[in-house]
Design a protein around this ligand. Sequence first.
Ligand code: PEP
Ligand code: MN
Length: 340
Amino acid sequence: MVVVTRKDVTEEVIQELIRILNEEYNLKVQVNDGENQNVFGLIGDVTVLDQDILTSRFPFIENIIKVSEPYKKANRRFHPEDTIVKVGNFEIGAKNKLAIIAGPCSVESEDQIKEVAKGVSGLGATMLRGGAYKPRTSPYAFQGMQFEGLKLLKKAKEATGLPIISEIMSQDHIDMFVEYVDVLQVGARNMQNFELLKALGKINKPILLKRGLANTMEELLMSAEYIMSGGNQQVILCERGIRTFEPYTRNTLDISAIPVLKSKTHLPVVVDPSHSAGMSWLVQPLAKAAVAAGADGIMVEVHNNPSKALCDGNQSITIPQFGQLIEQLKPIAAVEGREI
Ligand code: PEP
Ligand code: MN
């Protein structure tokens, strides 16, 4: 439930309202100071709340809205303004510059990650991606360089200044990731690893949460809710394609997820065209579509030598192709009122 009040009321009255909601009704209150109104998100058993009594006691209440969706903290009704997630000096969300996250699927060597990091940094990337712990379908496939990979990412950050993002697969690695990376990625396969999500709710680092292979938008928002209800509000959602009956592409990019999620939630939404497409030639058109549909950023796989990549070479673009992609995206971003 959401309580909307006029803005021109004293702090004392607001505090009294919050106290009554906490103590008499046993509800948790999330406060958002809007420009023209205050919005209070109520969490708990709201059936105990008599709306008439509350509005007669606090006549500055303008509106009480029932929120039927099961996600509360992630709900735009609870928090009408766009959330901005800060990563170093860079801000993701609202009408800020688009987040351009680029890098290889996996860190493979010091030379490889440095070459890609330097290449994409000079061409407009705002963050470097690179998998160190890889979720592979086959246990016999390359599993990533693991801790060594995180160390190399940190070196690449030192060389370029780009903040880094890498996928976490186990709660046991949280302390290590908090020390080494700027954004922790939860991959599609772990979107509903609820114990991992709960643990990530306790840390103070941004989380990029990817949509599961066959998960609905509401399930994605409920996973974000797991992180946010633990206390960590810095969640970036990522649409990366879903499984459909169409086998031509690796996944089907759900373009509608961008405007729909942005209407349902205040969290930033970025798009990964690489895992959606599975083929490098499709990365550019899908990225363009994502920006035109209002995405807050894109995450693309870039490799210095895609044909030799240890993972996802087919969908990786080269460094020069990344440069061309950025040029293609600029006019589309401008139409959306965004810069790159
Ligand atoms: C990745 O980003 O490298 C990855 C494994 O993506 P996803 O979880 O979307 O499959
Ligand atoms: Mn990959």
